[in-house]
Design a protein around this ligand. Structure first.
Ligand SMILES: *[C@@H]1O[C@H](CO)[C@@H](O)[C@H](O)[C@H]1NC(C)=O
Ligand SMILES: *[C@@H]1O[C@H](CO)[C@@H](O)[C@H](O)[C@H]1NC(C)=O
Ligand SMILES: *[C@@H]1O[C@H](CO)[C@@H](O)[C@H](O)[C@H]1NC(C)=O
Ligand SMILES: *[C@@H]1O[C@H](CO)[C@@H](O)[C@H](O)[C@H]1NC(C)=O
Ligand SMILES: *[C@@H]1O[C@H](CO)[C@@H](O)[C@H](O)[C@H]1NC(C)=O
Ligand SMILES: *[C@@H]1O[C@H](CO)[C@@H](O)[C@H](O)[C@H]1NC(C)=O
Length: 342
């Protein structure tokens, strides 16, 4: 039987076509078609395996290509590789590092909500209000490294497509104390600084006194709030009028001024921008300056926060007559005049 089949095939293949040349031609044609399809499919498989291999190499081995920038700009561009998540489709988007240097009650909370309304900006709040993080320069550097590697997860984290990552850092949160080493860090890692201060330090003082009063009084249904989202809440908080210690007024204004001057001096060699709260309120173009400074695409920024103290200053302090008398004829006299109305 096997012999029969064998001889039949042998006959068909080797013997010159005599009986059915058409059948033979069909067999050969089909055979070559099957072979062709088979070879083709192997080729395709190999080439797709190859290109997958190449893609894998790009992601794992090859560093991201830096976009062309001036040599002096290069140290400001980073490609973090977070340990806690994968930057996915934005792995090769450059990221810039920033820090907002400010003082309490200078509008930095409001400013930060504006920045965080940008799809590519993550400003992670006062991460150094946590005591252990600012206990010494090693813990400060460790915290900053983690932040700039996108590994600190806050409500502001945008993760994959963050193009500018930073924090809000109060001058009295270890910044002045460790200024030498922090300056070295900022310059070594290419951190850009946004100084945010308030021009009217008297208004700032009122805001501090009212805020610290509310820490105990908790005027809003027993909850202390530093920032509010409705004009109703703002009105309730603004009802409290602090009494300012007139003897201490000038020395304490001087002290804040000195701290600000000192900070500007220590960090002047960094790439930085200086902003004032009052200017941002009056002129929203300042927010475009900030976005340009951070090299993020320009967007309309927004905040839900409502200003607590509005209108004239004289109605916000219990002992206004004393304050007026104390500041008249001093370099701080201009603080008495309302520099904006809202
Ligand atoms: C820094 O502070 C941390 C946390 O308080 C502590 O564990 C560490 O030993 C300190 N390091 C130095 C060098 O003082
Ligand atoms: C960050 O925290 C949020 C909320 O706790 C969580 O849903 C998210 O998965 C966290 N992201 C990372 C990268 O850990
Ligand atoms: C900004 O975020 C969007 C959406 O997440 C992303 O598509 C875009 O590439 C990001 N832009 C930059 C400059 O990283
Ligand atoms: C506080 O109480 C008032 C009424 O006294 C109410 O209208 C308001 O919604 C409450 N606010 C919160 C945050 O609970
Ligand atoms: C103002 O502050 C000084 C120094 O702390 C204090 O001696 C003085 O009693 C205070 N004055 C008032 C009216 O509270
Ligand atoms: C608003 O700010 C922009 C940018 O900083 C500045 O060029 C412009 O002169 C300012 N406008 C006013 C009215 O102050």
């Amino acid at each position: 039987m096997a012999d029969d089949v064998y001889s039949y095939v042998k006959d068909a293949l080797l013997k010159p076509p005599r009986n059915s040349p058409l059948l033979l031609r069909m067999v050969v044609l089909t055979f070559s078609m099957v072979c062709g399809v088979y070879i083709c499919s192997i080729c395709l498989k190999q080439s797709s395996a190859n290109s997958a291999g190449r893609l894998l190499n790009v992601q794992v081995v090859r560093p991201c290509e830096k976009p062309y920038v001036e040599p002096s700009e290069r140290r400001f561009i980073h490609f973090p590789k977070p340990e806690t998540f994968n930057r996915a489709e934005c792995a090769c988007n450059p990221v810039r590092f920033f820090a907002i240097l400010s003082t309490q009650r200078s509008g930095s909370g409001w400013f930060e909500t504006l920045l965080n309304s940008h799809i590519n900006i993550s400003s992670n709040g006062e991460i150094f209000s946590v005591k252990v993080r600012k206990s010494n320069i090693s813990t400060i550097v460790e915290t900053l490294d983690k932040l700039y590697n996108l590994d600190i997860n806050t409500s502001a984290s945008k993760n994959e497509c963050t193009a500018a990552v930073g924090l809000k850092w109060m001058l009295n949160q270890g910044l002045i104390q460790h200024h030498d080493q922090i300056l070295e860090y900022f310059n070594r890692r290419g951190v850009s600084l946004i100084f945010l201060f308030r021009r009217n330090l008297l208004r700032r003082m009122i805001s501090i006194l009212a805020n610290s009063f509310d820490q105990n009084a908790k005027l809003l249904n027993g909850t202390h709030k530093s920032h509010v989202h409705s004009s109703h809440e703002a009105e309730i908080l603004a009802k409290y009028k602090p009494t300012i210690n007139a003897t201490m007024l000038i020395p304490s204004l001087k002290q804040v001024e000195q701290m600000v001057t000192e900070a500007l001096g220590y960090f002047k060699s960094t790439r930085h921008i200086v902003l004032y709260y009052e200017d941002i309120i009056k002129n929203r173009t300042k927010l475009l300056d900030v976005q340009d400074f951070l090299k993020v695409p320009r967007m309309e920024l927004s905040s839900r926060q409502v200003k607590i103290h509005r209108g004239s200053l004289s109605s916000q302090v219990e002992n206004w007559a004393d304050i007026e008398k104390t500041l008249k004829g001093t370099p701080y006299e201009s603080f008495l005049r309302s520099d904006y109305e809202m």
